[in-house]
Design a protein around this ligand. Structure first.
Ligand code: AMP
Length: 112
């Protein structure tokens, strides 16, 4: 989608701190980190959020979790949180499916 920020990052039209890319997904550092480690993993295909995951497009979600596990191992993350916000009330501000990976500080539960 030409007006989607994350589609434009994938296309290289907007710069990002890329940490990983393959044919299905793209990972980059969050521009406003909420923890010492904070990166995002997104599908290359435009999916608006978890609420748009279907039987037809869900395989990329499993792939993204494989990539998260691989990147976490490579970065020696012993404890980390994976978050996906769905909808404005939950805190979603970019409407392209993304998984936040946060690590390196104590985190509260339940989240605020
Ligand atoms: P959410 O609020 O869950 O939709 O998450 C969107 C995330 O994208 C936020 O944590 C933002 O800091 C991050 N973000 C927005 N613009 C950029 C950008 N140009 N590069 C990297 N991260 C971004």
């Amino acid at each position: 989608m030409s007006d989607c920020l994350f589609c434009r990052i994938i296309a290289g039209e907007i710069p990002s701190s890329k940490i990983y890319e393959d044919e299905q997904c793209f990972a980059f550092k969050d521009i406003a980190p909420q923890a010492p480690t904070h990166f995002l993993v997104i599908p290359k295909e435009h999916i608006g959020s978890v609420s748009e995951v279907t039987a037809e497009n869900s395989s990329v979600v499993g792939h993204i979790f494989e990539v998260i596990a691989k990147l976490a191992k490579e970065q020696n993350l012993e404890s980390y949180r994976v978050v996906s916000n769905i909808g404005e009330q939950a805190g979603q501000s970019v409407f392209h499916l993304h998984f936040h990976v946060l690590s390196g500080r104590d985190m509260t539960w339940p989240p605020g």
